[in-house]
Every structure is written in structure tokens, then in C-alpha cells.
Design a protein around this ligand. Structure first.
Ligand code: ARG
Length: 265
């Protein structure tokens, strides 16, 4: 076989790979010598759903937050820059966006669940969370039972929605697309209370003294960063970076930066 035939064979194989994965094939050397394919050359593209303060939210023209900083550590390791794509949570948690090549990874304060694990792969856990209840300060809504016949706001496609529907017999759930709409509904009295992740609710009440977190549900959730099923090279790279950051103090520094009110771990 001439050198030329080999070359065109390689080209054909590459072209085929491009068609089947729908990705621009950018090879970036992962630090373990493995090759990581990114959807856009020179960028680590993150799917997230805004706002989810303090994990990801807009500050001026920038998207900032704990998750953004964690992914920046991965981008730095890969010597690329992070680009954040804001997209509805449903497409993130079903793995659809990752499969479509919309992004390389999903970092959205997303809980690792068995159902999601069937549709995408998760990094190791990087943050603990639990569901919590938010209501007007001084209100009697301190449990799901107390909300019988009342309106409880939930965020579409989230573990909070699943929890409320499963455990809130006789509670009328009202679905909201994002957490900003959900929390505004509590503030304006459109719903009596809302369920969502504790970190996000505690951040909100810190800035909105008219509301209070009235209880936590101990759901024992852990956030993971999602990658397309089978993207082991990128998943391992993320795990490696998180592990290093945990042991060299960078993780703790980010924790302090975004959760200044939390008890020191
Ligand atoms: N942790 C919850 C879940 O995984 C809520 C996540 C919502 N995140 C977001 N960026 N909107 O279902």
C-alpha cells in the first residue's frame, strides 16, 4: 500500500468518526497521555442552566460560581478556556445535550442519580447537598405535611420535584422552569413554599431576609459533573483534577469563596 493510500484511509476513518459522533475532532493531550476530544477546538464547553447561585449565575456579562471555578481548573489542566452554554435543565439531566455534542460536560449543581447514570456518565462526587424548604419568614410551612392543600413550587426536572411529588401527599405542586422564577413565586405569594437544594436556598435567604429556610430533608445528594456516556478520557481527567484540588487546598479555597457563611469543613 502506498503512503498516499494510507493517508486517504486515515482521512476516511476520521471523516466517518466525525459523522458518527457529530463532534469536531479536536485532540487535546490529557495529562495522562490520553486523548480527549473536545466539541470545539481550544475550548472546554460546559452546559449549565442559569441561574443557580452560587453554583452558576450571571454577574454582569460573565457567568461565575463554584461550578464554573471547578471546571476552570479542568480547562486550565487541558490548556484551553471554558465556554459556558446556558440551556434548560431537562436537556442536561437527560444526557440529550451531551449526546448532541452541545457541550463537553455538564456542570449544573446536578445530583448523581441512578436514572441519570443510565443516560450520562458522572465524575466522582464534588459537593454534598440535600433538599430544603423555603417559605416566607414566620410562615407555618415547616414540613411537607404542613403544606397539605397548599401550593408548593418545584423546579422542573430536578430531584426536588421528584422528592416533593413522592413525599408530598395532598400537596399541590406547581412547576417552574428555573430557580429564579421559583423563588420569585415564593416572594410574591404565588406559591406557599418551594423545594430546592439547600445551598441555593441558603444563598437566597442570605440576600432576601423576608424568606427563610424552614427545614431540610436529608436526601443525601451528591453533585457530579456529567460527560457523554463512554467519554472515559474526559471523566477521568475531571476526577484527577478534583482529587488534586481537594488535596492541595484549591477546593477549600473555592468553598470559602462561594460559601463564606458555611461552617468550616
Ligand atoms: N440538584 C438538583 C438536581 O440535580 C437541582 C439542579 C438544578 N441545577 C440547575 N443549574 N438549574 O436535580
Amino acid at each position: 500500500m502506498s503512503a498516499r493510500t494510507v493517508l486517504s484511509l486515515v482521512t476516511a476513518v476520521t471523516a466517518l468518526t466525525l459523522v458518527t459522533t457529530g463532534c469536531t475532532s479536536t485532540k487535546t493531550a490529557g495529562s495522562g497521555g490520553t486523548e480527549i476530544t473536545l466539541v470545539t477546538e481550544g475550548k472546554l464547553t460546559t452546559c449549565t442552566h442559569l441561574p443557580y447561585e452560587p453554583f452558576q449565575f450571571r454577574k454582569g456579562s460573565e457567568v461565575v460560581g463554584f461550578d464554573v471555578d471547578i471546571v476552570d481548573l479542568v480547562a486550565k489542566e487541558l490548556k484551553v478556556t471554558q465556554e459556558v452554554v446556558d440551556t434548560p435543565f431537562e436537556g442536561i439531566q437527560t444526557g440529550e445535550d451531551l449526546n448532541a455534542g452541545k457541550c463537553d460536560l455538564a456542570a449544573a449543581g446536578m445530583t448523581i442519580t441512578p436514572v441519570r447514570e443510565e443516560n450520562l456518565d458522572f465524575s466522582g462526587p464534588y459537593f454534598d447537598a440535600t433538599q430544603a424548604l423555603i417559605a416566607k419568614k414566620g410562615s407555618p410551612y415547616t414540613s411537607l405535611a404542613s403544606l397539605k392543600g397548599k401550593k408548593l413550587g418545584v423546579q422542573q426536572g430536578t430531584t426536588g420535584e421528584t422528592y416533593a411529588k413522592k413525599n408530598g401527599a395532598g400537596v399541590e405542586t406547581v412547576q417552574f422552569e428555573d430557580v429564579a422564577l421559583l423563588l420569585t413565586a415564593v416572594k410574591t405569594g404565588q406559591v406557599d413554599a418551594a423545594v430546592n437544594d439547600n445551598g441555593v436556598l441558603f444563598e437566597y435567604v442570605r440576600k432576601n431576609a423576608d424568606l427563610a429556610v424552614t427545614t431540610e430533608f436529608e436526601t443525601g445528594e451528591k453533585y457530579g459533573i456529567g460527560v457523554r456516556s463512554g467519554n472515559t478520557a474526559l471523566r477521568k481527567e475531571i476526577d484527577k483534577v478534583i482529587k488534586a484540588a481537594r488535596s492541595d487546598g484549591r477546593y477549600d479555597a473555592l468553598y470559602q469563596k462561594w460559601f463564606p457563611a458555611a461552617p468550616k469543613k
